[in-house]
Design a protein around this ligand. Structure first.
Ligand code: ZN
Ligand code: ZN
Length: 541
């Protein structure tokens, strides 16, 4: 009796010790995939020709959050990537746009600009970048902290901001494309030299090999029934092209401008190959801790800007992206093991239809040039107040030059009234919000909230312009852009897949800010330090 009792209690102790010695169950690798400018409807628009192993594998075997939106302005790349990974908004994480005016000192600032660091892997200035301007931690940072820096985090994208912001402050490396040499480069913020696996990868000259292949459609061109006929007035032309049509001949760009690869699907191929080289080179998923790969595919955005959503080029881009995804998932199955990794796929923003295309379809819309508005607004202010270049109109915002305001003892209310009067009378302007006193603006609550979430006092303009639907500040009459509050710019795909993720789908409204806390919940780690989102519990097993 007594012996039995001792035995039992000993067993109990052993079991107790085992339970408490166990680390929380986590996947070997988390992969964050951002498809730059992917509209939510692209999951369905081209679905009849998606294979089983790409988007459909994630949709059928993972969890599809069908109703996910951005809740900040402007809907640009840098704020989008920062928001996905911080679970926060520009008002708090500080990435208020791609480029902004620092109101203290009236300096223009690029989101990942850092003049205190040097390029690594290039003699150009493209590597003088870091996450210094990002004021919050990312979920990738929190995972580094949670593992006491024993795991690895790597960020990869053609765009510097697409690699740097997701990878956070504590990344082991972030790598982006330098058009001057066609290679992936980095900055001394991370390391003094490129890792040897990357030097080897760069030596393969993948960029040149890909540019050696002309861009033809994947299927016979007459089967692209979701798009306007190839030769139309809505699309931009690559340098040297007579018409914006297939085949896009790329060989001459090897010598002339390697950066053109970004505006072809080969840019996504290059990114996928680079991501695979990083997984192998860094042995991601094999550290015994949870590693994190943040990869952002940028060519979807470059092609979108150039050709717009109704082009055969975009249709072809997504049919090919589906194939890249399939190859990448198969690679991860082999390298890390099916079921050993968790992957999410989302977008930093969507994109509008080309305005001429809309008008031809009898839908309102117009191109409003920020440059022209900037010039006209400054002329009006000069006439009224006698001061030159008092404001900068950028990011659909009015930045006052505070130094000039003080120097000329200008009355803020008067200057604001002049700007408002000019802007609200402009064709296509729906509202002008004074962000110094945001609650006083009469505007639908949802849009006001997005403006407030996007307003960083030192990095945003004091006046926020809201255009009518279909209006945008594009680069010209062809192509398109994004940046507004409207659903075409702010409804994003969100798919979770793999370790710890349920199968299913939901139309419950979720926000871009919910992605980071969902990953934090999955991993049982602290949420990023400015997170305002909520974990999406229905995706978790
Ligand atoms: Zn983008
Ligand atoms: Zn873009």
């Amino acid at each position: 009796m007594m012996w039995k009792g001792i035995k039992l209690s000993l067993l109990g102790l052993v079991a107790f010790a085992q339970v408490h010695a166990q680390a929380p169950a986590r996947p070997k690798l988390v992969v964050g995939v951002v498809l730059d400018q992917m509209r939510w409807d692209y999951l369905y628009r081209y679905a009849d020709r998606y294979g089983k192993g790409g988007f459909k594998r994630l949709m059928n075997d993972g969890f599809n959050c069908e109703n996910t939106s951005i809740v900040h302005l402007p809907s640009y790349t840098a704020p989008g990537h920062a928001t996905i990974y911080t679970g926060s908004v520009p008002a708090l994480h500080g990435i208020a746009a791609n480029d902004w005016i620092n109101r203290k000192g009236a300096m223009s600032m690029y989101c990942t600009q850092d003049d205190s660091v040097q390029s690594v892997g290039s003699s150009s200035k493209a590597g003088m970048m870091s996450p210094k301007n990002l004021l919050a931690t990312t979920v990738t940072d929190e995972l580094r902290l949670a593992t006491n820096f024993r795991n690895k985090t790597i960020g990869i994208s053609l765009k510097d901001r697409g690699a740097i912001l997701p990878a956070g402050h504590t990344a082991n490396g972030a790598y982006w494309f330098d058009a001057s040499n066609g290679s992936f480069i980095s900055s001394t913020f991370y390391s003094k030299a490129l890792p040897s696996w990357l030097t080897e990868f760069n030596k393969r000259n993948v960029t040149d090999s890909l540019l050696n292949i002309d861009w033809n459609t994947l299927y016979p061109i007459n089967t692209y029934t979701q798009s306007t006929a190839d030769d139309n007035a809505y699309e931009s032309k690559l340098k040297g092209e007579q018409t914006p049509t297939f085949p896009h001949q790329l060989k001459s760009f090897i010598a002339a401008d390697k950066g053109v690869i970004r505006t072809t699907p080969w840019g996504n191929t290059l990114t996928r190959l680079m991501a695979e080289a990083a997984v192998q080179g860094e042995a991601l998923g094999k550290s015994g801790q949870t590693d994190f790969l943040a990869v952002s595919f940028s060519s979807t955005d470059y092609i979108g800007h150039f050709f717009a959503p109704n082009s055969i080029e975009i249709e072809d881009c997504y049919l090919r992206m589906d194939k890249e995804l399939e190859l990448f998932l198969n690679f991860l199955d082999k390298q890390v093991g099916a079921g050993n990794y968790t992957l999410f796929l989302t977008a930093d923003h969507g994109g509008a239809h080309n305005v001429s295309f809309l008008k031809d379809a009898k839908i309102p819309g117009e191109n409003v040039s920020e440059k022209v508005v900037n010039k006209n607004l400054n002329e009006v202010l000069k006439t009224a107040l006698g001061v030159n270049e008092l404001v900068v109109f950028s990011n659909y915002q009015v930045y006052f030059n505070e130094d000039l305001m003080v120097q000329h003892k200008l009355d803020r209310d008067k200057a604001v009234a002049i700007c408002k009067d000019y802007l609200v009378n402009m064709d296509g302007v729906a509202f002008v919000l004074d962000m110094k006193d945001a609650a006083k603006n009469t505007i639908p609550k949802k849009i006001l909230e997005m403006a407030v979430n996007g307003y960083h006092p030192n990095r945003s303009g004091e006046l926020q312009v809201i255009l009518e639907p279909g209006y945008y500040s594009g680069y010209g009459s062809t192509g398109t852009t994004h940046g507004s509050w409207n659903p075409y710019d702010t409804r994003i795909p969100l798919l979770f897949y793999g370790w710890g993720i349920k199968k299913g789908s939901s139309f419950t409204p979720y926000h871009m800010t919910d992605i980071a806390p969902t990953i934090a919940a999955l991993l049982h780690i602290q949420e990023p330090n400015a997170c305002i989102g909520t974990p999406i519990t229905e995706v978790l097993k």
